[in-house]
Design a protein around this ligand. Structure first.
Ligand code: SF4
Ligand code: SF4
Ligand code: SF4
Length: 293
């Protein structure tokens, strides 16, 4: 097992770290582990391309073989570009991005930080209005000719940092839920959710209520600004497209997010276009990660 872990480390070092899942694994690290264990072949990473296969073959002492076409083609590296006039601010792309390369907030336009985008494609399927395009930016260059080791290292750091943050957020949510349950079982008559939250956080219930009220007011103001902007865009003949052809998976995510908004008491416009409950800043995604549709 130790040898397998050490080998997985060395394999991972050779992967391009776009975290695209095209190899059939949820990220580069699980693929590296599968190759180390012999449960995955070493020709399943399109972003690495033929050069990537050759690097792995050298490490593993195996022959160079063609990239498996079932995992997708080697191609010029693309960059995600959001049509900000069409974006409805649903945040689904931001939650899908494995390296936190998208910034935005609910009901506000989102944008891609070009320098951080790995071209993984993962933000495209969740977008309910098809306003994300993948545009090639490396000319004829493909695979490792279109991606540097420095870019790979930076993407790996961002991916790992995001994973750690999501773990912290999940654990904090679980701790708050446990605190609520504990308060509820100790005194079934007194507790409210906000009281339990304050107990978990060691602060008075009133300050928690104040913070929640302030948060709702800020979100409400942002929603109102977005609504006005949307009306202005509609008056100019621009607006979201394809909203009537949302996949079942994406619609379920939108419905779930809308339910969260209602729980927070946030008034909004058309529920089918308002899937997130709280402001999401760069480096602070929601607690639900959408799946590819
Ligand atoms: S870059 Fe994509 S295909 Fe290659 S190992 Fe990482 S997740 Fe898999
Ligand atoms: S912006 Fe889109 S394509 Fe770029 S890294 Fe994020 S999810 Fe991948
Ligand atoms: S997924 Fe939502 S937030 Fe992202 S670009 Fe599409 S409409 Fe905008």
């Amino acid at each position: 097992m130790i040898d397998s872990i050490a080998l997985a480390d060395r394999i991972e070092d050779l992967l391009p770290q776009t975290q695209c899942t095209k190899c059939g694994y949820p990220a580069c690290r699980p693929y590296a582990e599968a190759v180390a264990l012999g449960t995955a072949n070493y020709n399943q990473c399109p972003p690495g391309g033929a050069e990537g296969v050759a690097r792995l073959a050298t490490l593993l002492g195996k022959p160079v073989i063609p990239l498996n076409p079932a995992n997708g083609p080697e191609r010029p590296r693309p960059l995600a570009v959001i049509d900000e006039n069409l974006c409805i601010g649903c945040t689904l792309c931001m939650q899908a991005c494995p390296v936190d390369a998208i910034i935005g907030a609910p009901k506000q336009m989102h944008t891609v930080i070009a320098a951080l985008c790995t071209g993984c494609d993962l933000c495209v399927p969740p977008c309910p209005v098809d306003c994300i395009a993948m545009e090639p930016v490396t000319g004829e260059a493909t695979g490792w000719d279109a991606w540097t080791q420095e870019q790979a290292d930076a993407a790996r750091v961002r991916h790992d940092r995001r994973a750690a943050r999501l773990t912290r957020e999940r654990e904090a949510a679980e701790a708050r839920a446990a605190a609520r349950r504990a308060v509820g079982s100790a005194n079934p008559h007194a507790p409210s959710a906000s009281t339990a939250d304050s107990a978990a956080q060691g602060s008075p219930a009133s300050s928690v209520d104040d913070a929640e009220a302030k948060k709702r007011a800020i979100i409400q103001a942002a929603l109102e600004r977005a609504r006005k902007k949307k009306e202005e865009m509609a008056a100019k003949g621009a607006g979201p497209q394809n909203v009537e052809h949302v996949s079942a998976d994406v619609q379920a995510q939108i419905d779930a997010a809308e339910a969260r908004r209602r729980r927070l008491g946030i008034e909004g416009e058309d529920a089918s276009q308002a899937p997130s409950a709280a402001p999401l800043a760069p480096g602070s995604s929601g607690d639900e990660s959408p799946s590819k549709s």
